[in-house]
Structures are given as C-alpha cells and as structure tokens.
Design a protein around this ligand. Structure first.
Ligand SMILES: [Zn+2]
Length: 117
C-alpha cells in the first residue's frame, strides 16, 4: 500500500482517537477495574425526587453513549496497532486486502466488504 495513503490514514486515526478520548472524558471516568476502560459518570442534579429521576434517565443515556464511544476507541486503537505492525488494511477474516476506498471512509474497518456482509 502507498506510504502516503497509510500516513493519511494514521493521521485520521490519531485525530479520531483524540476526539473520542475527549468525548469520553466529558461523560466518563477512567475505570479503576479496567486500565483502558471508562465508566460513565453519574450526574448530580440535586436531591429532589424529580432530580433523582432525571439523573437516572441521563445516566442511562450516558451509559449507552459511553459504550459506543469506548467501542469506537478500541477499534481505532486496534487499527493503529495494525499500522505499527505493518498489517494494516488486511481483512481479519479472509486475509485479503480491504478496498482502500472502504478504509478511507472507515479507517478502523476490520473486514473487507465481502466478509462484512
Ligand atoms: Zn474478508
């Protein structure tokens, strides 16, 4: 694969990683149990019943958002590791090169289009 292409992919991934970490840090704390993990923050609005109900509702939203962000972050980290090892752009299932257009649109893609179906 072209060096320029890989360099721009790497730049993309690094930007994504930074952005994802920033978003995660706003809604979550680093997990004490899992080094690379995060845990959604519980909001503090107040002690009234309404406020408590709002806190729970927000927390449930935060949980699923946190989950999505963390999954994305893990995928980005995995793609960066593959770049380092020179294994980037190969399908994890069939081992064939992934279409560069697909990689441009989704730099953290793990599978080629055929295997993704
Ligand atoms: Zn494949």
């Amino acid at each position: 694969m072209l060096k320029n292409f890989l360099a721009s992919i790497k730049e993309d991934l690094l930007k994504q990683r930074q952005e994802l970490k920033k978003q995660l840090e706003e809604i979550a704390n680093k997990s004490a149990r899992n080094q690379n993990g995060y845990e959604a923050k519980f909001p503090e609005y107040g002690d009234s019943e309404d406020e408590n109900a709002d806190e729970v509702a927000t927390f449930i939203d935060t949980l699923s958002l946190e989950d999505n962000l963390e999954t994305s972050l893990n995928n980005v980290e995995a793609a960066l590791k593959k770049l380092e090892k020179g294994k980037y752009g190969l399908c994890e299932k069939c081992g064939q090169p992934i279409n560069p257009k697909r990689l441009q649109a989704l730099p953290q893609a793990k599978h080629c289009l055929d295997c993704h179906k």
